[in-house]
Design a protein around this ligand. Sequence first.
Ligand SMILES: [Zn+2]
Length: 242
Amino acid sequence: MSWIILTLFVFLFIGAGIFYFCVFFDQAILTRRGTLYRVKTEKKKVALTFDDGPSPIWTSQILYELKKEGIKATFFMGGRHVKLYPEVARKVAEEGHEIENHGYAHNVLFYYRPEEIEEEIKYTEHIIEQVTGRTTKYFRPPKAWLRGSIKKKIKGMGYEVVLWSLNSKDWVTFDARRIVNVISKRVKSGDILLFHDSGGVLKAEGGDRSQTVATIPLLARELDKRGFEFVTVDQLIKGEGQ
Ligand SMILES: [Zn+2]
């Protein structure tokens, strides 16, 4: 009998650990070295970023909210999704948002060889250029996992690895008000904010991004009250924008 209780206890402990890791811990803290994850600036500017799209369901809803609030954001797109939904990717470009590179298949790249990473980035760059006419220069690795030696290789390709300083955790937080409260308490000038315009808890496609959509107007008003302006990642890095 006691071994059953012990097994249950172990499973409960592991489950609690996984829950904590997913909901509260931001793994990007472990891989930030050698990347650009926020910009040092006195100006009250922040960049909104959306990963994993384009999505035929969610991206246009996000574009609608961004347009209403007069915000230009940055979309780190997956090559596979650009190939599947080119008209959505084109709409993002037409509405004046920045488009950057999130790799092709949303695989964790931690154990990839340098030449495999190069192929992943170059192929995605090619698809994005073919579909939207945009060239990419910032790369965001899926789930932030990337080895130090590979970061040098990516820089050698003329890319900057861009992570984030504030994680909305929108993929595991199902309440827009909670997302806005957490961000409002922590936000600082030069922050790069992570959101998703596609995917759910276990995959990068589909999912329920309704709370991400609902967050945009709430966050826009809250940060506007505090004097913040939204710019694209490129504008934030170059000190440009509104
Ligand atoms: Zn991603």
